[in-house]
Ligand binder design. Structure first.
Ligand SMILES: [Zn+2]
Length: 950
């Protein structure tokens, strides 16, 4: 109550200071009658709807009350946030529908998967099934008005006694998810409460209207959940997908806020539009927009559609709903936080009006659904039928994933498939036929072994499946022309998010798009087989090996070390006895762990079981021939990582969040979050790994001397994105460089690349080596056939400036991995990386580049070396770079052959740079492996640890 009292005081002051400016008293439901037996939000909470933003607890209180009071409403929980707040949706319909709500849900399931459903049966089912709307609000926690509009909407539909509403509820089921991000909203409201004074601030530059790091947009682990629908990393997303899916929402609304000085935006979006949108959606988005505009016209509120909002990336709420067959609508209201905000024209937009605008939008959209329900339901069912049709657009496409030796990765992929309810199968026998690989190469015959995972595109949610998995969706040419024109004219891109995301690429799985219907002889996939975890035998003479191909291995290694078990890492593949093991396998020997007790063996067994990994006993540590032996140099003793991650402003909160989630939630590894500002005085000796997510900027540069001392005495500094480029400058810690800083010295960087290729490609005549005469052999240089004349540095700078404006805003590019470097253990030869920066990282000499952009392949048409940007591609070769998403040739020439990851020794320690965030959205599992290698193996592999007393 105290809060309420202080608000009353504040509002009174407001009236004195601002006169009527902060009063917005338009009725939310003019002329409507409401059942007094249903408590109003004002009665429950003590303040009128929209007077101020409600908290999660307040919303919960209202929903629970209405659930008790009304026959029209059913409150359902669909999960818990990381911080323990309950996620709710409330199902609202007429008492007649509510009495048969489970039957309605069953009918929707039948209609949603209409295989074998006759026209007549479909029509009969459709006639008795209400239209469905899922109304969702405030997925971004600092976008406040939506949740309050959702609450008002719920009360209105539950309490209103007008015939028009009764009719609507008789023909529709309206499900309201008023608060998609309780953790973010409460975090933000706590900030605003702290910043709020007695005198209201309507200046949108005030901290009251901005909050502070990490703000409120994201959830607990700082995920932008309006990108997570295709990955399902957040409990909120997972709960929502499981809850909303079965309702087959025909209308789906996702209400946001945007800049305070903006107006109001709603769908349809402008190009690029993802090709998995259908004509049904395009038509109805226009219809809904027309009615929506009419409702705003009547109020004199300004609005727009399109402009900055595209619909290319499929992980948005409205995109997910659309690809599941519904009409997904996005709202963006000018956000005013608390009280209100003064606008350019001098007037104040109050919080209550912002709620009203979201509410009126929702009312208009639900009414459009109701009024057009027959046609919309029919169109929706036609869409469902097209998904499963044997001659539909998706009929001849099957995605295939070869499981390989990394079950944890495959499980993560299958988890994403299961979450969406996709039908997955296993090949019962070998299969071959035409298909395309991830690099875009068409094969007349792809040969797949029995046990390959196959996912037919023709299935109930075909559009969503295609949007998530397809390798190379294309934008239309008119859009490309417009994009290019604006890049050149204004240096501005129209892309709102990343342009590539295909899950088999981000997860780095061997995958194909096959041109076929579902092959015969497949069986539904229940679970892929894994080896029995734990120790095979307890009495192994030498010790145990755990194969390093699995993603769970680095975390297991760290947990073992934390438990006092000594661990070695194999830097090359080996075969002992019958069994071969991958590079990156870990070896635990009795000699390293000589204590008398068997306690550590119990620990090893327990941790292996928890990680679902098998430990094979070492019968012999002798590798036949030149294969590594147990006591040789290929089994390095690891050192226990003691990790710190820089956090707080100015660190990129999303980058930090995905690192936090990866270490903490996914792998349960301890790490200290070190406030950035404390870098200058913190005692860094406590850590041997320091991670700088993107954005740390000058704070790193300011601490150069201190960091150098720490690195030289054995520290591993891992710097990501802009933080890496910050220290890769003249006078900085790293000797890597940004491309634009070395335009005058490109020969050296080019020769570093040519050297790598030459080592692999070199052929020589042994006779000349054994010849006694000097002139029998003539030295050849990798640059012999190459024109190293690139023009003046001025011209190179001009060209680079020009090329830089075309850099991709998030495109999946192919990289080649060094198969001898410890950083790439667990990775295949070509690793897809989501490139999303403007920086190009250059490495030579002492700076190793274990991962570079571009994969060399044979090209018989290339008789001569050809220049691509700053580096030459050898004769007979082409460099594959783009995998998925938009990549202009100018950018391709800049990026080709640059480093994606660098590693350099500095004193006893090392610096590892990632040009792009390796844990992007926690879904980039291919690059996350490299990151884990760096973090867990770094202190033992690239740095030298002191010999410690036991
Ligand atoms: Zn938003």
């Amino acid at each position: 109550m105290h809060q309420f009292a202080s608000l009353v005081v504040a509002m009174c002051v407001a009236c004195v200071v601002f006169g009527q400016e902060l009063v917005y008293d338009a009725a939310f439901f003019p002329g409507a009658a409401h059942d007094p037996a249903i408590d109003t939000p004002e009665k429950i909470l003590g303040f009128a709807m929209g007077d101020r933003p409600t908290t999660h607890a307040e919303i919960e209180k209202c929903l629970k009350r209405w659930d008790e009071q009304s026959e029209r409403a059913l409150l359902v929980s669909h999960g818990q946030t990381h911080e323990g707040r309950t996620l709710y949706h409330i199902i609202i319909s007429s008492p007649r529908n509510m009495a048969r709500i489970e039957q309605i849900k069953k009918d929707l399931a039948t209609l949603g998967n209409p295989r074998g459903l006759s026209e007549a049966a479909g029509k009969a089912l459709l006639d008795r099934t209400p239209a469905t709307a899922w109304m969702a609000y405030s997925i971004h926690g600092d976008e406040l008005s939506g949740a309050d509009a959702g609450l008002a909407l719920a009360w209105h539909y539950i309490a209103c006694t007008d015939q028009s509403v009764l009719d609507l509820l008789d023909q529709t089921v309206v499900i309201i998810d008023p608060l998609m991000n309780p953790d973010g909203r409460d975090r933000y409201l706590a900030q605003l409460r702290e910043f709020r004074g007695a005198v209201p601030s309507v200046d949108d530059q005030a901290r009251l209207h901005g909050g502070r790091w990490p703000w409120g947009r994201t959830n607990h682990y700082l995920f932008d959940m309006n990108r997570d629908w295709i990955f399902g990393m957040c409990p909120e997303t997972r709960g929502r997908i499981a809850a909303a899916g079965p309702w087959q929402p025909m209308l789906f609304v996702d209400a946001h806020e945007m800049d305070t000085q903006d107006t109001y935006l709603f769908t349809p979006s402008r190009e690029p539009i993802n090709p998995n949108y259908t004509a049904f959606q395009k038509r109805w988005l226009d219809e809904f927009a027309g009615d929506h505009a009419g409702a705003f016209d009547a109020q004199g509120w300004r609005y727009y559609t399109g402009e900055w909002a595209d619909d290319w990336y499929p992980g948005y709420s409205n995109a997910w709903a659309s690809f599941r067959g519904g009409i997904g609508i996005l709202y963006e209201q000018a956000g005013v936080d608390w009280f209100g905000v003064r606008r350019a024209a001098g007037n104040v937009l109050t919080y209550r009006q912002s709620v009203h605008q979201q509410l009126l939008s929702s009312l208009a959209n639900v009414r459009t659904l109701f009024e057009n329900r027959a046609e919309i339901k029919q169109g929706w069912l036609a869409g469902r039928r097209a998904c499963v049709s044997s001659d539909g657009a998706y009929a001849r496409r099957v995605f295939a994933v070869v499981p390989g030796a990394n079950p944890s990765r495959v499980d993560a992929f299958l988890d994403a498939m299961r979450l969406q309810g996709f039908e997955t199968y296993l090949l019962g026998s070998e299969w071959s036929g035409p298909g395309v690989d991830r690099l875009g190469r068409a094969h007349e015959s792809v040969s797949l072994p029995a046990g390959t995972i196959v996912i037919p595109n023709a299935q109930p949610n075909a559009n969503l499946l295609a949007a998530m998995l397809e390798f190379d969706p294309r934008m239309n040419e008119a859009f490309l022309a417009e994009e290019r024109r604006d890049l050149i004219r204004n240096g501005q891109t129209w892309m709102y998010d990343v342009t590539g995301w295909s899950l088999p690429m981000l997860y780095d799985l061997e995958a194909y798009e096959l041109d076929t219907a579902l092959p015969d002889g497949v069986k539904p996939l229940v679970e892929i087989e894994r080896a029995e975890p734990g120790l095979r035998r307890r009495d192994a003479g030498q010790g145990w090996v755990i194969d390093g191909a699995d993603d769970a291995v680095p975390a297991l290694a760290m947990k073992l070390m934390l438990a006092g078990v000594r661990v070695r890492l194999a830097d090359e593949a080996f075969t002992w006895g019958e069994r071969g093991f991958a590079r990156g396998s870990i070896v635990i020997t009795r000699e390293d762990n000589p204590r008398g007790s068997a306690e550590w063996i119990d620990t090893l067994d327990r941790l292996c079981r928890e990680a679902q990994l098998a430990a094979e006993p070492i019968a012999t540590g002798l590798g036949a021939g030149d294969v590594a032996d147990i006591g040789g140099e290929h089994f390095d003793l690891l050192a226990t990582p003691r990790i710190a991650v820089l956090s707080e402003s100015p660190v990129d909160s999303g980058d930090f969040g995905s690192i936090w989630y990866t270490l903490d939630e996914r792998y349960q590894l301890p790490a200290t979050h070190l406030p950035c500002a404390s870098l200058s005085y913190a005692d860094l000796r406590r850590y041997n790994v320091l991670i700088a997510p993107g954005g740390a900027g000058e704070l790193l540069a300011d601490a150069t001397d201190k960091l150098r001392t720490w690195i030289e005495s054995g520290g591993t500094l891992i710097a990501i994105g802009s933080s890496g480029f910050e220290i890769a400058q003249e006078g900085g810690l790293s000797s890597a460089r940004a491309l634009e800083d070395v335009l005058g010295a490109l020969d050296e960087y080019e020769i570093a690349v040519l050297r790598e290729w030459a080592a692999d490609a070199e052929v020589f005549d042994a006779e000349t080596v054994w010849s006694h005469g000097v002139l029998s052999g003539k030295p050849a240089y990798p640059w012999d056939d190459i024109d190293l004349d690139r023009g003046s540095e001025e011209e190179l700078t001009r060209r680079d400036d020009w090329q830089r404006q075309f850099m991709p805003p998030g495109t999946v590019l192919a990289t080649r991995t060094d198969d001898e470097h410890w950083l790439t253990v667990g990775c295949g030869p070509d690793l897809p990386i989501l490139f999303s920066s403007t920086g190009v990282l250059m490495a030579k000499d002492e700076v190793e580049a274990p991962i570079r952009y571009g994969v060399l392949e044979d090209d018989a048409t290339a008789d001569e070396p050809r220049r691509a940007g700053w580096c030459t591609i050898p004769a007979g070769k082409e460099l594959r770079l783009r995998m998925s998403g938009l990549l202009w040739p100018e950018a391709a020439h800049r990026i080709a052959n640059s480093a994606a990851v660098t590693r350099e020794g500095v004193g006893r320690g090392q610096i590892i740079l990632f040009a792009d965030p390796p844990t992007f959205r926690a879904a980039s599992l291919g690059t996350t492996r490299v990151f884990l290698n760096a973090v867990v193996y770094g202190p033992g592999m690239g740095a030298s640890a002191p010999i410690l007393e036991p």
